[in-house]
Design a protein around this ligand. Structure first.
Ligand SMILES: Nc1ncnc2c1ncn2[C@@H]1O[C@H](COP(=O)(O)OP(=O)(O)OP(=O)(O)O)[C@@H](O)[C@H]1O
Length: 238
């Protein structure tokens, strides 16, 4: 698959299959194309050429309820989080599953939050259960990042896409969040995560795909790689 944005070829003939149960790290220098690749998989970036199948379906061929069903099975932790900010945490977290609720329930939830027990359970997992009714814009960067993770947890997706999901977290929370995001993969789904930290990628993923200037330059089992191998993608010694 190829992606051209303006005059630039951002992903160049990328051929990648992620199997059921796999936890795959995307590594590569800033600008290598990791976010773009995640965007192609979650349907926000249309490929300019080639084809994409997500959970067995071609997103470009789906419309209406079928597209909503596919989207409900793909959970994304965005690099810039994509939180509304002025909403309370409970609404931000529930946004992860609005697509799988009937329209009336989704609308009513904005007035009277639905399924609060699940929201609290997800927030508990990321250490934020005491902030459920706080406004999201009153939280720290790391707390907001954990809200974005909790949003994916309540969604219960089969495929998790995560773009630097622990970039604002301390080491303890980083380990916890990566473990939580790997949950669906451990149950037969999959995780595809852009991770800059080589040690983190090797600890939490089965396989590492390295990108450089939009091309796949490395695709190997984590067990066969060292931190130095991944550091080389960034042009530095480990
Ligand atoms: N809308 C756009 N129009 C033109 N070029 C774009 C656009 N979005 C991204 N790019 C370019 O695509 C390339 C890949 O960007 P991308 O965000 O996928 O990289 P990345 O590997 O995720 O980087 P980072 O680690 O900094 O997040 C970059 O050179 C970027 O400038």
């Amino acid at each position: 698959m190829t992606v051209r944005l303006g005059a630039a070829t951002v992903l160049d003939d990328v051929d990648l299959t992620v199997g059921a149960g796999e936890r795959v790290a995307l590594a590569g220098a800033s600008g290598a194309g990791k976010s773009t690749l995640l965007g192609v998989v979650n349907g926000t970036v249309p490929p300019s050429g080639g084809s994409v199948r997500v959970l067995g379906a071609d997103p470009a061929a789906l419309r209406g309820a079928a597209l909503r069903r596919l989207r409900a099975r793909v959970g994304t932790v965005h690099q810039h989080l994509e939180l509304a900010g002025a909403l309370r945490v409970v609404h931000e977290v529930n946004a992860g599953r609005l697509g799988s609720w009937p329209a009336l329930r989704a609308a009513w939830s904005l007035v009277r939050p639905q399924g609060v027990a699940d929201v609290v359970a997800a927030l508990e997992q990321v250490g934020l259960a005491d902030r459920v009714f706080d406004r999201t814009d009153a939280l720290s960067g790391g707390q907001r990042q954990r809200v974005a993770v909790a949003r994916v947890l309540v969604q219960r997706p089969d495929l998790v896409l995560a773009d630097e999901p622990a970039s604002a977290l301390d080491p303890v929370l980083t380990e916890r969040v990566l473990g939580l995001l790997a949950g669906p993969a451990d149950r037969g789904g999959a995780l595809l995560a852009a991770l800059h930290d080589p040690a983190l990628a090797l600890r939490h993923c089965d396989r590492v795909v390295g990108l450089a200037a939009g091309r796949v330059v490395l695709d190997a089992p984590a067990a066969a790689l060292t931190v130095a191998d991944l550091a080389a993608l960034y042009g530095t010694a480990a």
